[in-house]
Design a protein around this ligand. Structure first.
Ligand SMILES: NC(=O)c1ccc[n+]([C@@H]2O[C@H](COP(=O)([O-])OP(=O)(O)OC[C@H]3O[C@@H](n4cnc5c(N)ncnc54)[C@H](O)[C@@H]3O)[C@@H](O)[C@H]2O)c1
Length: 364
């Protein structure tokens, strides 16, 4: 099992460990019993993951004498709402949960974001352990403490920064992940290569097929590499005042596309398209060389992710939605752009015309 420590002791939050391994469910339970003792454990999951792993995990916890119960909600982004938050809080109360209860988020990014949000406000805050079961959640959403839900106006508009007390990533979960969901995770992995690690980017170019076929060694090294990058950024800028914004590479346009498509475009697909758009904007504004932009597009295509925006999506609507982005300052939308692979920067002066041009270019 690999261990990566997120050091936040000099900030307001506590430090915690990310453990990554293969087929480690029993050991996760033992580590929870040993290092994260609580009176009760509420395993929050979605109905799909609940059926696959929830009951089994509750049994593992009970077998070692822990008091655990499960709370499920329907899987999918549509559940990332205040309605689900209130529903979970109600079910915690029905199960007589109190401040001695620890929440365990067992699932993908949706479960992690909602359970983390509930943990941050239930009885003014109870601990939350993240057990990510999708590739997106293992390399990204379970780490760093961003929690939240969507509003009809856009994604993640209500939320908190609330760090987990531990993260356990078991690669075994990925075996049941549908290819489309696996590809969503690849989008985030590619993002890390683009923003921080050209070596990782090259390794992805060389090994994409083996990674897609689930090579355990490569997967472990990719997941650990991404966690290492994310934790380093979060340690410097926990609350996204500066550096952490580079993690949003591809997300500005990505979120807008997700929202407008009413989440028919998944998070990973949106990020893939957003990364291509940001690379094209970087090239058009004279920062990025054509060859680097082409490599980015080729790698995204190699991963099986979309590279074109559907013709049916209205360019003006996309730009209006961009202005709803919560990271905008006043009317200025900040894009993460590139000088080269591994060298991002924030730019708040991209003209609407450039963005509109790139969107039109990317249509089928
Ligand atoms: N907090 C953050 O820093 C952060 C970062 C990135 C993304 N996010 C959020 O994460 C969400 C996307 O996460 P996601 O891609 O994991 O989506 P998700 O949680 O909706 O999971 C995708 C689907 O996979 C299923 N699933 C989960 N684990 C499985 C497994 N092991 N086997 C089979 N099926 C499984 C789920 O039931 C769901 O249907 C978005 O809401 C996004 O905003 C948050």
């Amino acid at each position: 099992m690999r261990t990566i420590k997120v050091n936040l002791d000099r900030k307001c939050s506590s430090s915690y460990e990310i453990r990554i391994g293969n087929d480690i469910l029993d050991r996760i339970a033992l580590l929870i019993a040993k290092n994260h003792k609580a009176e009760r454990y509420a395993v929050v999951t979605d109905d799909y993951v609940g059926a696959l792993y929830g009951k089994k995990f509750i049994d593992v916890l009970k077998d070692i004498g822990l008091d655990a119960f499960m709370i499920e909600f329907p899987s999918g982004e549509a559940s990332k709402s205040m309605k689900t938050v209130l529903d979970i809080a109600g079910r915690l109360m029905d199960n007589r949960a109190d401040r001695g209860t620890c929440l365990i988020a067992l699932g993908g990014g949706v479960v992690g974001d909602i359970a983390g949000f509930v943990a941050s406000i239930f009885m003014r805050g109870v601990p939350c352990i993240q057990i990510p079961t999708t590739l997106v959640a293992q390399v990204d959403s379970s780490i760093g403490g961003k929690t939240g839900v969507d509003l009809s106006h856009g994604k993640n508009l209500l939320g908190t920064f609330y760090q987990p007390t531990a993260v356990f990533a078991d690669l075994h979960f990925l075996k049941t992940l549908p290819e489309k969901e696996f590809n969503n995770g690849l989008a985030e992995i590619i993002k890390y290569g683009i923003i921080d690690d050209e070596k990782m980017f090259c390794s992805l170019e060389d090994n994409m097929e083996a990674i897609k076929s689930g090579d355990p060694k490569l997967l472990l090294s990719m997941v650990a590499g991404c966690c290492q990058i994310k934790k380093s950024v979060v340690e410097i800028d926990e609350k996204e005042h500066g550096l952490r914004r580079i993690l949003n590479y591809g997300h500005t346009l990505g979120h807008a596309l997700e929202t407008i498509s009413k989440y028919k475009i998944t998070h990973g697909e949106g990020v893939a398209l957003g990364m291509i758009a940001a690379a094209r904007i970087s090239e058009k504004t004279g920062y990025l060389e054509k060859e680097a932009r082409e490599r980015i597009e080729a790698l995204i295509a190699q991963a099986g992710l979309p590279v074109k925006i559907s013709r049916s999506m209205d360019g003006e609507k996309i730009i209006t939605q961009l202005k709803m982005d919560k990271k905008k300052k006043g009317n200025v939308v900040h894009f993460v752009l590139l000088k080269k692979i591994g060298l991002p920067f924030i730019n708040g002066h991209v003209e609407n015309g450039v963005i509109a041009g790139v969107i039109e270019e990317m249509k089928k």
